[in-house]
Design a protein around this ligand. Sequence first.
Ligand code: DP6
Length: 355
Amino acid sequence: MTGTIKHTHRSKWKCPSNIALVKYWGKRDFQKPMNPSLSFVLCNAFTETSVELHKNGDQKVEFNFEGEAGLFGERIEKYLDHVSGRLSWINKYNFRIHSQNSFPHSAGIASSASSFGALALCLTELDFALSGKEIGCSDFWQKASELARIGSGSACRSVYPGFAIWGKTQLFESCSDDYAVPILGGINQTFYGLRDAILMVDTGTKEVSSSFGHSLMDNHIYQRSRIAQAHENMNELYLALLTGNQEKFVSVVENEALSLHAMMMTSDPSFILLKPNSLELISRIRRFREKSKIPVCFTIDAGPNIHLLYFKENEIDVRAFIERELLDFCENGKWIDDRIGGGPKASPNHSKGGE
Ligand code: DP6
């Protein structure tokens, strides 16, 4: 039977993925971080999602995911259930969700960050519209970040432009474990020229999920020292960002990437996500830095792909280096050319129809 579906409210957002410089690894309670993290949003890697609310539909949720985003669909019904305590109207409507990534699911980019970021922004807009609140005030972004966190921790950092911090730190009173906050001012201009070349070492399915990896921090022998290290790296990195200290930036970012993987290699059970080509790329990046004195560095998420970070002023030299020396170690020569971005955008055709 197909009932007459009446369109009531609609929201559409484009939300970027983000790359962490200080890494979130390990959870407390429900989706709270064991340590603070700091990231910047990307520009070209994003998800565009629209949500339509209907009354009288046959199905609670109808998904339409373009490309390879199908797997993500399985998490959404559970997610809506989780957030229904915060959004009382959820149980009164049927949902039609359409989502599309700008990058392949298998690219090794955190698609859950952009996917949950975009979905959370749509839900927040609908929530504000339904309760007559002003969209775009600071409460709006905080709520979107909190809803995104419930879907995937790293997603809470995707709802802001530029840099964001998630988790309590000594740096700002406003930092919270419940949502991320944007770093609004003071960052040296050089860091707004950050580039991220994502070098695809292996685009196969991950051998160990992030959720399982996080859970291994619960009884990790280095848990306390990892938490202390993350706090220290937050302080050092934030200072480097303020003062424009590229050398410090490089050393903290690489320390964080390798510490994340060291946690994986020393958990019980242990696991290794890096591949021989990941290590080859790391050593080539370091050699290039030493020889050229150009401040490039790498960061790595929970996978084998290498993010090569560099600055706008070195674009010509670094691109030549990538093409000359790195692409042979990428799967089919694949890499994604990305940079720091301006954050999420509401799509103009979001509309409200009558019931
Ligand atoms: C290594 O955010 O994917 O990318 O909260 O279980 O969805 P869940 O985990 P997720 O973990 C990402 C961890 C990381 C580091 C980071 O982004 O901070």
